[in-house]
Design a protein around this ligand. Structure first.
Ligand SMILES: [Zn+2]
Length: 381
């Protein structure tokens, strides 16, 4: 069995569906918490699942360098190793190699860099990205792609599209060879680049669709967003591009974003998201709410007996932990507050996707959108 997606209901461009994977069904739209080192920082698998998440993202770059993909494979793959029972997706490692590793150079054959851990020289080619992700064994693997920074000149964005297409084909071929060898199937998603130019995005999506061989890509991702471009530009391009992607396959917006971004992207027709924002902000002492951000260390919460969000049913809020107590823990450097804020923030993302699904099924997407956008500040995150 591999991965498939089916539509359950649509309202405008927004879609409610179900992603079927070897590790269970994932209702979409869905948010994938990021398990950078094989764990969503500070939380147990049961706690992550309690937020509503049924799929997480694992970072190939980190696990490849440490403890090593062979080690993880020897222990049964990333599912068994991390004890996450539900669906899982791994990224290709390219984005992190480019942003974290030392002396990262890109050529036609992939990335060459030195590990940020021990300086060892590494090479990540499309074939290696497929091989490593098969060892990790997630339900969904991502192709290796080139992600130009926001605001890159057009020729650089076009070059990134060309290389990404060439690597997409090599990833498909590599997967075919590996599957022939061991008979194990793994879903593979292609990545659409094209910066903030809707025409270029659509052109690249068509090019990737044309690559589809006897076993095409199982889903399509939109990469290269939230990389420094103005946020309004991202929203505009999403509105023009997301719904134009193949309606039969899941659409995944990579590395995005704030609660506002999710609401806007779901409306535009996106089904899947991942972002470190809810967990990273939690570790920086920020709680995300329907009314924007709460910076828990602020003096105004010193005597505040209310939970982070009185409307929220997460373990932090329903558990009755006051803002004053959380502030105290944060200032005292206690780890419990980072866990509670992470639980709360992930719960909020779970709520957005749950409410979106219900609204799409009821034909009330407009109500959902107004309910969130009227309260969230124009710039959040
Ligand atoms: Zn809460």
């Amino acid at each position: 069995m591999t991965v498939s997606w089916r539509l359950e209901a649509a309202d405008g461009h927004a879609r409610a569906g179900v992603l079927s994977t070897p590790h269970g069904e994932v209702p979409t739209p869905t948010f994938m918490p990021v398990g950078t080192q094989g764990s969503v920082k500070g939380l147990s698998p049961a706690e992550v699942a309690a937020s509503g998440a049924r799929i997480v993202l694992g970072n190939t770059y980190h696990l490849w360098l440490r403890p090593g993909a062979e080690t993880v494979a020897g222990l049964g793959g990333l599912h068994a190793f991390s004890r996450w029972p539900h669906a899982m997706l791994t990224d290709s490692g390219g984005f992190q190699a480019f942003s974290l590793a030392a002396n990262c150079k890109q050529d036609d054959d992939g990335f060459e860099f030195r590990s940020h851990l021990d300086g060892r020289r590494c090479r990540l080619s499309p074939e290696e990205a497929v091989r490593v992700q098969r060892l990790l064994g997630a339900d969904i693997a991502m192709q290796l792609d080139v992600c130009p920074p926001g605001g890159s000149p057009e020729d650089q964005v076009r070059r990134a599209c060309r290389t990404t297409s060439a690597w997409a084909l090599r990833c498909l071929e590599a997967r075919r060879r590996e599957e022939e060898q061991d008979g194990r199937r793994q879903a593979l998603f292609a990545i659409v680049q094209g910066g903030t130019d809707p025409a270029l995005r659509r052109e690249h999506a068509a090019e990737l669709a044309a690559l589809a061989s006897d076993r095409p890509f199982d889903g399509l991702a939109l990469g290269g967003f939230s990389v420094g471009e103005p946020i309004e530009a991202m929203h505009e391009v999403l509105g023009e591009v997301a719904h134009a992607l193949d309606p039969a396959r899941p659409r995944y917006l990579m590395g995005v974003g704030t609660p506002r971004d999710l609401v806007i992207a779901i409306t535009a027709g996106v089904d899947m998201f991942d972002c470190v924002l809810p967990t990273r902000n939690a570790r920086n002492g920020q709680a995300l709410t329907r009314d924007g951000k709460i910076v828990i260390k602020n003096a105004r919460y010193k005597d505040d007996p209310l939970p982070i969000d009185p409307e929220c049913a997460c373990p932090a809020c329903a558990g009755g932990f006051s803002r004053a107590y959380l502030r105290h823990l944060f200032i005292a450097g206690e780890m419990l507050v980072l866990r509670l804020l992470s639980l709360h923030n992930l719960h909020l993302y779970g709520e957005i996707t749950r409410e979106a699904r219900a609204a799409i099924a009821a034909g009330e997407l407009g109500v959902f959108q107004r309910r969130w956008l009227e309260r969230l500040p124009a710039r959040d995150g």
